[in-house]
Write a protein that binds this ligand. Structure first.
Ligand code: PGA
Length: 242
């Protein structure tokens, strides 16, 4: 899976030209979904355009709210996402954990809620720099993964995004990524008893110049791309190299 995470970027015009360009220029491989996560205000437009131009691109949302309580100003629930034929949703991105104070309880609710609506969660985990430096990455990730305890599902993808690599230009190196992805896969299989092999994608300063090296690892099942996904030409090239 190759995912474009636009964060709080773009305009309707840019969504339009990105979707048209990427749809026309990727060599779609049905086993590698190409997922576009625009800001939520562009989901409706993106969904209509994807349908109109018969695009192979799948739609993803950047978040859902943790409550189905209708009295939540600004809230968007999974039922609404389904209206826009949303197939995927990012849950637990480090920016949301930090700025929106998302905790394990609300993240667990969101994952369950998405699964009930048949929206595939892309569950983001990753350690800050001080945890890496102390050699505590696995313990830190274990505490994030534990919320998947009762949720064996082949619909869940894990996105490993070390916080120190997000938006910094400093990606994790291949050996480190392999080590961490192996740990995640083993943990899901042995301690969470996942029946299927879980897909683990990498995110954090992925760009055209490093994507091939990262993807060459058998432990990497795809990429979650922020900054470099904004340019349709770059993103299409990365997808085609996957
Ligand atoms: P980046 O962001 O590619 O700009 O580092 C990745 C992400 O936060 O999903």
């Amino acid at each position: 899976m190759i995912v474009a995470n636009w964060k709080m970027n773009g305009s309707k015009e840019e969504v339009d030209s990105w979707l048209r360009f990427v749809s026309a220029n990727i060599l779609i491989n049905k086993t590698i979904p190409c997922v576009f996560c625009p800001p939520s205000c562009y989901l409706d437009y993106s969904s209509s355009l994807i349908k109109k131009i018969s695009s192979p691109v799948k739609l993803g949302a950047q978040n859902i709210n943790h409550s189905n309580n209708s009295a939540l100003t600004g809230g968007i629930n999974s039922h609404m996402l389904k209206d826009f034929l949303t197939d995927y949703v990012l849950i637990g991105h480090s920016e949301q954990r930090e700025y929106l104070n998302e905790d394990n309880e609300s993240l667990q609710y969101k994952i369950k809620d998405a699964l009930i609506k048949n929206i595939s969660p892309i569950f983001c985990i990753g350690e800050p720099k001080n945890i890496k430096d102390q050699g505590n990455t696995q313990d830190y990730l274990r505490s994030q993964l534990e919320i998947l305890n009762t949720m064996d599902s082949d619909q869940i993808t894990i996105a490993y995004e070390p916080i120190w690599a997000i938006g910094t230009g400093e990606n994790a190196d291949k050996i480190y990524i392999e080590e961490v992805h192996s740990f995640i896969k083993e943990f899901c299989c042995q301690e969470l008893n996942f029946k299927e092999k879980v897909s683990v994608v990498y995110g954090g300063s992925v760009k055209l110049s490093n994507c091939e090296e990262i993807l060459s690892s058998s432990k990497v099942d795809g990429l979650l791309i922020g900054g470099a996904s904004l340019d349709p030409e770059t993103f299409a090239k990365i997808y085609n190299l996957s």
